[in-house]
Write a protein that binds this ligand. Sequence first.
Ligand code: AMP
Length: 555
Amino acid sequence: MSEILFIDFAEVCSKIEELSGSIAITEIVSDFFKCLDDDELSIASHFIMGKVFPEWSPYEMGVGPGLLYEAAKLAYTVGKNEINDILRSTGDIGRTFQELSKRRTQQTLFVEKLTIKSVNASFVEIAKREGKGSQKMKIRLLADLFLQATPLEARYLARLVLEELRIGVGEGIVRDAIARAFEVDVRLVERALMITNDPGVVATFSRNYGNDGLESVELYPMRPVKMMLAQVAEGIEDALTQIPSPAIEWKFDGTRVQIHKYDGEIKIYSRKLENVTKSIPEIVAVVKREFVADSVILDGEVIAIDEDGKPRPFQDILRRFRRKYRVEEMQNLIPLHLHIFDILYLDGRTLIDLPLSERRQILEKIAVSGDAPIAEHYLVEDVSAIETIYNEAIDAGHEGVMVKNRDSRYTPGKRGKNWLKIKPLMETLDLVVVGGEWGEGRRANLIGSYTLACLDPERDKLLKIGRVGTGLTDEKLLEFTEIFSDLVIGEDGSEIVFKPAIVFELAYEEIQKSTKYDSGYALRFPRVIRLREDKSVEDADTIERVERLYKKRFE
Ligand code: AMP
């Protein structure tokens, strides 16, 4: 097999972009996968989803639109104004780079053609540059890449660098394409994807070892796996009709952690799967002291507590989790508590396919004593008993309760119906900020309003649902303008398009049907409650939840 060029990848992207049906797209992706050797397959399977590195990878590009424009200036010897003009006329960062590459006057002689592997190697080089002077090096390396790229390559390279490929290929299509290309069972592909968090591994495994190989895929301690998520239930009765014999736990008001132990060492990952071990040494110590296991993966919530033992605001937890220096000092100031509620792996055995009730027994068995920080778990089935637990949780300053299906598997990364959360009313929505608009008059230099979108996980799309602006103080507008200025990937007049990266929590008066936005809904009087720093785009609310909240009005 000859080495696959980056232009082959770019052409596949371009073909896919012209299609809309997922079957046709799956076919193209699947045929492409078949042409690749193992290394290329490992890379292309996340490139095609617009991911520079697999999610568990320690590497991060650290390149936002700002740096990318700097690279464009260097590679194409243009000024920011010219770039802005093109951005305005094309409305898209990919097409902007394609145009810049076309206009390039100075041609480099004897450039080597880009291959999938060489682009990946450059990405690793760029990611490795950290610390002082690294920005300049990153710009230089990026500019070198663009100098080697043809216009079509530049288009997809720019979008890939920002992880904004937007050709409509998500995990579902990659899953189906792998199953089709290597003739393996799609359900086994799905399970392996959940476990490894790495489509490259799953694709090469499928080709080389077939269904048997996929069945033998296990979790690895020290490699984080996506966390299982919860859906909202609209009250206790609603939860009980969905899960008649549940296990009830408090919904602790803290932040999620996944704890890995291997060979005496412990690593802790945040909800976004960042390694936060160093900033929370007391949690490391508790796990070492309170659980007996050679290797284990635990799931739980860390809360920050005040003098009365009540949970402190989320901002305080962030002050602990972000800290690199003076960790000890902060330990006294903002003490943390751990509550473990699940176990995914123990001493060489993956446990996620076991029912929750069995996982729970295993978890209790590895506790050194009754003091182990395991969340209380109540097996109750009637409304009033659950109400009591709910009220206790609220009185203790927590968020409500989780209603879990005792018979359910642990499904990493999935927001299924086996974990339901019940919180007090005043439903807020977590929405992705996808665009904005420059203000007017006194606020001309500020982004005055923001366009919001919810998720359509089935189609791997973001659907717009409204705009929020009024009600933000000048101070907040300034703070947000600074954050969002680095995420601009398109402009049209005063309208701005952002790389979807930030999630706002919104309150609103009501949800209405609307033809104005592609979600089919709009929010009346939306108000920003806060920026959800702990949430990534995938954690935002779905169109399904919006529809449910809308219908609730008529019940
Ligand atoms: P939300 O952030 O509103 O989507 O609610 C889900 C989150 O609740 C999880 O990601 C956990 O961080 C948190 N949580 C608190 N207590 C529990 C619990 N007992 N079981 C599962 N998740 C919990």
